[in-house]
Design a protein around this ligand. Structure first.
Ligand SMILES: [Fe+2]
Length: 345
């Protein structure tokens, strides 16, 4: 583990200020009075963390969508890593993913019907079952309960794994998951690089975060065991009211970064950010889907019912819907633009 930051403190020193329940008075400095973080946010350190993440195996698994986006009635279509795929569910809820183009005359199968567990092409009625048929073989698919994954060995090029590599998740009981997706003109590594820079939080997202300090960051030559960022941060609910937590950022595989709440309200909850490459846009620029799952854990009674969730956890649940996302996509797109300019220049 790297050195403590200038504002570093040990976990057991964490004491929220007086407030209402889990909420605390922020007493935060004005935006311009914050301690600048650029000296600690060393490009070499962020770059090394990114390279280590990229070197981890994915087993060629890609997050396709939220599990609940793929449901009984209609197939779900998406281009993943340049491959057009279609996903659907059989009568038992089993997930299946196949090529998105009908093997007969290339009709779009996202517009097909689902009938008795198979998809049926609307153009000429060709039936495509879960096991596939000659010229149309299905891909390995996996539903982890929150997200649907597809394994694309031809584009991944790694040693295939039987299941995706998942990071830490809350225990099943009392968990609540929301998934939201935004698209950016960048590559997955730009999305990860943004999240591997926790120092930008208080400066770039003052409407969401304050009193952010990076307690520890992995060294440039970090071992696997120490490869995480530990951050102390308050999620801002109102101008001077927030929830103070400690969060750990780590990358279980090359296209995922997980933020786990390790101390404070909602301990055990995670925000999983998955960056799925889609394919180039009409101008040849890469497009990436940022598919973010917020999986909340709380011991509070009635927690399984969304409307009863403690107000203190709403910032986490609403994480995906806010300005934070637009700003982080802008960061990732800018990083891609600068990288592509330097490649050309
Ligand atoms: Fe951000």
């Amino acid at each position: 583990m790297g050195k403590l930051g200038p504002k570093g403190s040990a976990l057991n020193e964490h004491k929220p200020r007086a407030g209402i329940g889990p909420l605390s008075r922020l007493g935060a400095p004005a935006w311009s009075d914050q301690e600048p973080t650029w000296r600690d946010a060393k490009p070499a350190l962020i770059g090394a963390a990114l390279r280590r993440a990229q070197a981890r195996p994915s087993g060629n698994w890609y997050v396709l969508a939220a599990s609940r986006e793929i449901h009984g009635g209609k197939p779900y279509g998406r281009v993943v890593a340049g491959v057009e795929v279609v996903a659907w569910r059989d009568a038992g809820g089993g997930l299946h993913v196949g090529p998105g183009s009908c093997p007969h005359l290339d009709a779009p199968l996202c517009d097909a019907a689902v009938h008795e567990g198979s998809i049926v092409c609307r153009w000429h009625g060709m039936r495509l079952p879960p096991g596939g048929r000659p010229g149309w073989l299905t891909y390995p698919a996996y539903d982890d309960g929150v997200l649907a994954w597809v394994r694309l060995d031809a584009v991944g090029g790694e040693e295939p794994l039987a299941t995706p590599v998942l990071g830490p998740r809350p225990v099943a009981q009392g968990k609540l998951a929301t998934v939201a997706t935004v698209l950016g003109r960048c590559e997955p590594q730009d999305v990860l690089a943004n999240r591997l820079d926790p120092w930008h939080g208080g400066w770039f997202h003052p409407y969401s975060f304050t009193n952010l300090s990076v307690i520890s960051a992995p060294a440039v030559d970090s071992s696997e065991a120490d490869d995480r960022f530990l951050v102390k941060v308050s999620f801002r609910l109102a101008r001077d009211l927030g929830v103070a937590v400690h969060a750990a950022f780590s990358c279980p595989e090359p296209r995922t970064i997980t933020m786990a709440i390790v101390d404070g309200e909602g301990t055990g909850s995670v925000v999983e950010t998955h960056a799925t490459p889609l394919g180039p846009d009409e101008r040849g620029r890469p497009r990436t889907a940022v598919i973010e799952a917020v999986i909340i854990q709380s011991d509070r009674p009635g927690f399984d019912r969304a409307h009863l969730v403690a107000p203190a956890l709403r910032p986490l649940i609403g994480w995906a819907a806010k300005r934070l996302w637009r700003d982080d996509i802008a960061y990732a797109e800018r990083r891609y633009l600068v990288r592509s300019r330097s490649r050309l220049g």
